[in-house]
Design a binder for this molecule. Structure first.
Ligand SMILES: NC(=O)c1ccc[n+]([C@@H]2O[C@H](COP(=O)([O-])OP(=O)(O)OC[C@H]3O[C@@H](n4cnc5c(N)ncnc54)[C@H](O)[C@@H]3O)[C@@H](O)[C@H]2O)c1
Length: 259
């Protein structure tokens, strides 16, 4: 029996990278999937390839969430995956001293507002049956400071904490609606492109990232998707308010650890 037989799952920011892989893994496990993204062309193409439904959804826009609620008033799994670092739309700087207020707010709008609205929609779309799984994609950057991407790190820390508020709130209502966060690091997707660039030092930048990782490689989108399948399935029924790192061992120690 597939893990997610006939469950209705919504995934945001799923036209590429991790979200797209989660949609494919969910479909492979028997789920009905609504793949959503702000990019209608890439989103529709991804959905056609995977064999699921596409809906255009900008996670910052409450009206888009209301349209989704009308379209899918009852769901089983919500993956709040859409996220931006800030480098997509601004070269920066993104450090705590020089980040512009506009850049800071633009990152929070997608990552924080988007996750807040996604959790709110999910609770409302799950409470009639009193069960479901909300999976928020945070980051390793939500667990440690990142001086060169301060708004991103703050937004991912907010997602981590909000996941726990959602988990406790749902439990207080007596619902079996669970909420957990996944904290990936160094998964090679398009989100890295503005930081890696296509210049002569691209390979060196990639090698430096891998050198810092105890397992000495990038993670794959399929590895993140496998964790999402587990959190969406009944096998994780006793897990809520928890944070799962998927980082090749990066956070197991620190640069200050004795050798
Ligand atoms: N790749 C990594 O190493 C890594 C590490 C930690 C966390 N993450 C997180 O994983 C999630 C997915 O990232 P990815 O690596 O697959 O990147 P990606 O750039 O491949 O995918 C991000 C997707 O989000 C969409 N998006 C952007 N703004 C949106 C909006 N306002 N509304 C809806 N969709 C929007 C983009 O169109 C894109 O399809 C993000 O939240 C990211 O922060 C990634």
């Amino acid at each position: 029996m597939p893990e997610l037989n006939d469950k209705l799952c919504v995934v945001t920011g799923a036209a590429s990278g991790i979200g797209r892989a989660i949609c494919a893994a969910f479909v492979a496990e028997g789920a009905r999937v609504i793949l959503t993204d702000i990019d209608a062309v890439a989103g529709q193409a991804a959905a056609d390839t995977i064999g699921c439904e596409f809906l255009e959804l900008d996670v910052r826009r409450e009206a888009d969430w209301e349209a989704l609620a009308e379209h899918a008033p009852q769901i089983d799994t919500m993956v709040n995956n859409a996220g931006v670092t800030g480098f997509e739309f601004s070269p920066g700087p993104h450090d705590p001293e020089h980040t512009s207020l506009a850049d800071w707010r633009a990152v929070q709008a997608v990552n924080c507002d988007g996750t807040f609205l996604g959790c709110r929609y999910a609770l409302r779309a799950m409470k009639a049956r009193g069960e479901g799984s909300i999976i928020n994609i945070s980051s390793r950057s939500g667990l440690v400071g990142i001086p060169g991407a301060a708004a991103y790190a703050a937004s991912k820390a907010a997602i981590r904490n909000h996941s726990k508020s959602v988990a406790l709130y749902a439990a207080q209502q007596g619902w079996r609606i669970r909420c957990n966060s996944i904290h990936p690091a160094a998964i090679l997707t398009p989100i890295w492109e503005p930081m890696l660039g296509d210049g002569p030092d691209r390979e060196a930048r990639m090698a430096a990232l891998v050198a810092d990782t105890p397992l000495k490689r990038f993670g794959t989108v399929e590895e993140v998707a496998a964790l999402a399948v587990f959190l969406a399935s009944s096998k994780s029924a006793y897990m809520t308010g928890t944070e799962l790192t998927l980082d090749g061992g990066l956070l197991a120690g620190s640069a200050a650890s004795p050798g």
